[in-house]
Design a protein around this ligand. Structure first.
Ligand code: SF4
Length: 215
């Protein structure tokens, strides 16, 4: 950080002499802050009825890698943060396995309020909420997106094809490479060697693409 100029020092001294005790310098809101502000205390779909907190997303606003999941569960709804329950712990392990941390990536969902009883988000809910996810993607501009599970993959790729067929193959969302893989909650439910190897392979492929966009 550069040294304050003489003018700035004089101004601060003048404020102190005038009795000003606290000075806050607030930065310009970043593109993600603008999206959050536009979302507000959203009531655009029926999911707002049962939510405790909006789960906007978490992580590095300039992340190279963005994960997109389905929707908040009970713990996420309570804390206002995505992927903090058992599936979140598994996702953290997946992130660490490719040499990154939760703070280095960005994590969001296709809907930002908890669907009741952890059901899949419905079409009208996804239609109401996903424009904000798309604005988040534009604001972050990640090098690679990893979609976690069927609903996230179908939403981002606008397809009806199932995750079992799509995972492991590169796709694209507005020029950004997309690697679909299984949702960590599914992996926990079906903890087979084959599924673990599939997710590991997908993540390694995504990591290689971040390191070398031509890979
Ligand atoms: Fe708004 Fe999305 Fe929550 Fe629906 S799920 S109320 S669109 S923030």
């Amino acid at each position: 950080m550069s040294e304050p100029t003489a003018d700035l020092r004089e101004w601060v001294a003048y404020l102190a002499e005038s009795g000003v005790q606290e000075l806050r310098i607030e930065g310009k809101p970043g593109p993600l802050d603008v999206v959050r502000e536009e979302l507000g205390e959203c009531t655009r779909c029926k999911l707002h009825d049962g939510r405790t907190k909006i789960v906007f997303g978490v992580g590095n606003p300039q992340a190279d890698l963005m994960f997109i999941g389905e929707g908040p569960g009970a713990e996420e709804d309570r804390r206002g943060e995505p992927f903090v329950g058992r599936a979140g712990k598994k996702l953290d392990e997946m992130i660490q396995a490719i040499g990154l941390s939760r703070e280095q990536v960005y994590i969001a969902n296709i809907v930002k309020c908890r669907p009741p009883n952890n059901r899949d988000p419905e079409r009208d809910e996804i239609e109401a909420c996903s424009p904000f996810l798309k604005k988040q993607i534009a604001a972050i501009a990640p090098r690679v997106i990893v979609t976690l599970g069927g609903p996230a993959t179908k939403t981002i790729l606008e397809t009806k094809v199932g995750i079992t067929r799509l995972r492991g193959e590169w796709a694209e969302f507005e020029g950004i490479p997309v690697m679909p893989t299984f949702h960590p909650a599914y992996l926990l439910r079906a903890y087979t060697k084959e599924n673990r190897m599939s997710v590991w392979s997908d993540l390694k492929t995504a990591r290689a693409r971040i390191d070398d966009p031509e890979a």
